[in-house]
Each structure stands twice: as structure tokens, then as C-alpha cells.
Design a protein around this ligand. Structure first.
Ligand code: ADP
Length: 405
């Protein structure tokens, strides 16, 4: 049933927003993107942007995700600014879904069972799974009969062996409570793994790499033969690196100490997820890497220390994962910081001399937002930048499942 005109709608549905992108898969071109934000409030707003066209923005009434989607659909077929003649041109819809635990190791066509699994994992993804499901239900209502595909953030990490994903806790916590490492950013790690294999001219299943997704949220994956061997996020996205507002790894006894101070679980959750990381340590209260670098350059010692803490933790994971994959074909940088911040990349790569990674300062300082090598020609291991594209990965997986039916 597929034709050259296969059109894929990508939906990323959050608690109060619904983001969308429309792709034409023959050329993998994004033809429009946008969002409805502040859904369910009097300030709901629609943003609609075609490439090379002015961004359109207008206040709307959107009481729930279904109404938001109807508004988006109205824009897609609008006689003036629309990009489709009819909604029937949408061949399938790809949904970003946070958590499906151990149920799926690949993207999957949505049916009643998939919806039940998304519901079942709400306790482990309380902020994301409910709106992800609402996005799917809205599409089923507004565009009945169109294939919906769930592209799941935890899926790519399902190849981790048991010795990597189990915590050394009494068995009950895994067997009854499903407490284990799941990993997140899987759609990004998958896209970047495949793009890196292409870039290096290697078959995907022969690639060994350390993928550093450094953004507001950050995670690192160890890729062995094209599959995830280990990753730095855990039961939740709180584990691993120092992030914009998340602490990353801690001695678990820190949480016990906070409890003994009388803090509740919710308060500790908020402190570790929203009040920690760069925001807590850079002396300027900003979660943003650019602000941190500016403050460090202006002489702020807390900001300088925050940059060192960030790079120290990243290098620690790179060293460990490099060893576990048996030597990587490349150290790969992606995400807002990884793609754009020459400064942060230098702080990290300067710590990797023992692995034989050698930074080319000139290459590093000019490379932003596009694929390329930032190490010297004599570096034993190449360091590269590879921009991520989670929406395109969702569209590709959706198209693959559409055309394989
Ligand atoms: P998210 O995890 O929300 O998707 P991004 O991947 O967009 O976040 O990354 C956002 C981070 O990238 C911010 O900390 C921002 O300061 C940082 N960033 C973006 N551009 C630059 C730059 N040129 N130099 C340093 N940091 C940058």
C-alpha cells in the first residue's frame, strides 16, 4: 500500500503540550512542524512553522489533547497555509512514548495491548506515559483507521545484558517491583548509532562506540556491535551525568540523609530532578550550559567548577564504556551541548589522553550542528560530532512498520 508519497505525522505529546512534525518519506523531508502549548489553560497557543516561511502563532482554545490535535489537523489542511489537501494523505502516525519497560525492544504498531502496556508503566513514567497515551487516543479519535506506531524511549536499551541492567538489590525489587536500569534517550542513541555507522562506513552491527548525548538531559551509551551494552540513565532519567537540573549519580545514602532531615519523597524528587545539576552548582542558578560558560569566562569560580564537574563525570563514563565495548571506533558527541559547545567538548576530550583521543582544536572550534571529526588525523580513536534527530528516527521507524505490513 505504500507509495512514494508516504506521509508520516510525528507526535510528541507532553503533559501540557502537543508537538508535531510532518515528514514526506520519499525524500525524508520535514514539511511542517509546530506545537500546541499550555493545553487546558486560558493561554493555549498554537505555533506552526513551514521551512523558509514565517512562523505562525495564535491563541487557541484547546481543553485537551484531542482538541489540540484537531486544531493541528485543521492547520495541516488549511487552504492558505496547509501542506495537505486532505487528512487522508497521512499514512501513519509515529508517537514518542517514554516507557514500556521490558515489553518491547523495538517500535511497535499500536493496538489495545500496546496501550495497556503504556498504561501499565505509568508508575515508572508518571509524567510522560499518561500524555503519551492521550496523544495516541487523540489520533485514534481524530484520524480513525490510520496506523499509530509507538516509538519507545526505553526500547533501544533493551539489549543490555542482565549484569548491566540489574541493581545489586534483593531480588524482590526486580522481580516484583520491576526496579532495574532501563535507560532513556533511546531514540536519540539509536539514530546517532546508525548515523555514526554510516559516517564511518561500517555495517551497523559491527559498530563499537561511546555515544554522548549531552543536552539539558544527558546520557551516555556503550554501543557494542551496534547494540546497547550499557547506558548511564537508570530506573529513571535521574542517574548518570550532571545535567541541567538533575544531580546524576549520587551515593544512595544521600537520599537517606535527606529523609533523616525530614524531607518527603516528593520533596527529594523535586530537589534531585529540578533543583540540582548545573543549576545548583554554577553559582548563577541557571540550568543552561551557555550561561554557565559565560559566567565561567567572566571569572565565576562556581561556574568554572561546574564545568569541570560536568566534564569529569562525562570522561569517567567514556573511559568505562570505552573499556567495556573493547575499544570504540569513535567517541560521539550529540545533543545541544555535544553538537554546539566546542568549549565543553574540549574540557571532556582533554581528559581522554589515556585512551589515545587527541583533539584538533581548530576542527573543534568551528564544528557546530553538523557531522564531522574533531580529533586529529593521528588520534588513535576519532572523536566526532553527530547531530541527533529523534523526530526523523520516529518517522523512519513508523514508515518501516507501515511498509512492512
Ligand atoms: P534538551 O535535552 O532539552 O533537548 P538540548 O539538547 O537542546 O536540550 O540542549 C540544551 C543545552 O544545550 C543547553 O544547556 C544549552 O545551553 C546547550 N547549548 C546549545 N547551544 C550551545 C552552545 N553553542 N554552546 C554551549 N552550550 C550550548
Amino acid at each position: 500500500m505504500s507509495t512514494q508519497d508516504d506521509t508520516i505525522l510525528v507526535i510528541n505529546s507532553g503533559s501540557s503540550s502537543l508537538k508535531f512534525m510532518l515528514f514526506k518519506m520519499a525524500t525524508e523531508t520535514m514539511v511542517v512542524k509546530g506545537l500546541v502549548e499550555r493545553i487546558g489553560t486560558a493561554q493555549a497557543n498554537l505555533v506552526y512553522q513551514r521551512p523558509d516561511q514565517p512562523k505562525l502563532e495564535k491563541p487557541v482554545t484547546a481543553n485537551d489533547h484531542g482538541e489540540a490535535l484537531s486544531l493541528v489537523c485543521g492547520m495541516l489542511v488549511d487552504p492558505e497555509v496547509g501542506v495537505l489537501k486532505s487528512l487522508a494523505e497521512v499514512n501513519a502516525i509515529g508517537h514518542r512514548v517514554l516507557h514500556c519497560g521490558e515489553a518491547y525492544s523495538d517500535s511497535v504498531a499500536v493496538d489495545e495491548k500496546v496501550k495497556a502496556v503504556i498504561r501499565d508503566y505509568i508508575p515508572l513514567g508518571p509524567l510522560h506515559n499518561p500524555p503519551n497515551l492521550q496523544g495516541i487516543l487523540a489520533c485514534e479519535k481524530v484520524m480513525p483507521g490510520v496506523l499509530n506506531v509507538a516509538v519507545i524511549d526505553t526500547a533501544f536499551h533493551q539489549t543490555m545484558p542482565k549484569y548491566a541492567y540489574l541493581y545489586a538489590l534483593p531480588k524482590k525489587y526486580y522481580e516484583e517491583d520491576r526496579i532495574r536500569k532501563y535507560g532513556f534517550h533511546g531514540t536519540s542513541h539509536k539514530f546517532v548509532t546508525f548515523a555514526t555507522a554510516d559516517f564511518l562506513g561500517k555495517p551497523k552491527d559491527e559498530l563499537n562506540a561511546v555515544i554522548c548525548h549531552l543536552g539539558n538531559g544527558s546520557s551516555i551509551s556503550a554501543i557494542k556491535n551496534g547494540k546497547v551494552l550499557d547506558t548511564s540513565m537508570g530506573l529513571t532519567p535521574l542517574a548518570g551525568l550532571v545535567m541541567g537540573t538533575r544531580s546524576g549519580d549520587l551515593d544512595p545514602a544521600v537520599v537517606i540523609a535527606m529523609m533523616r532531615q525530614g524531607l518527603s519523597a516528593d520533596e527529594i524528587d523535586r530537589i534531585l530532578n529540578k533543583e540540582s545539576g548545573l543549576k545548583a552548582i554554577n553559582g548563577i542558578g541557571s540550568a543552561d550550559m551557555r550561561d554557565t560558560i559565560s559566567a565561567a569566562n567572566a571569572g565565576n569560580e562556581d561556574a568554572q567548577n561546574a564545568l569541570q564537574m560536568f566534564a569529569h563525570r562525562v570522561a569517567l563514563y567514556i573511559g568505562g564504556y570505552f573499556t567495556l565495548v573493547g575499544g570504540a571506533d569513535a567517541i560521539v558527541f550529540t545533543g545541544g551541548i555535544g553538537e554546539n559547545s566546542a568549549y565543553s567538548r574540549k574540557l571532556i576530550i582533554d581528559r581522554l589522553a589515556a585512551l589515545g583521543v587527541e583533539l584538533d582544536e581548530a576542527r573543534n572550534s568551528v564544528l557546530r550542528g553538523k557531522p564531522g571529526v574533531i580529533s586529529t588525523d593521528t588520534s588513535k580513536v576519532p572523536a566526532i560530532v553527530m547531530p541527533t534527530n529523534e523526530e526523523l528516527m520516529i518517522a523512519r521507524d513508523t514508515y518501516r512498520i507501515l511498509t512492512s505490513r
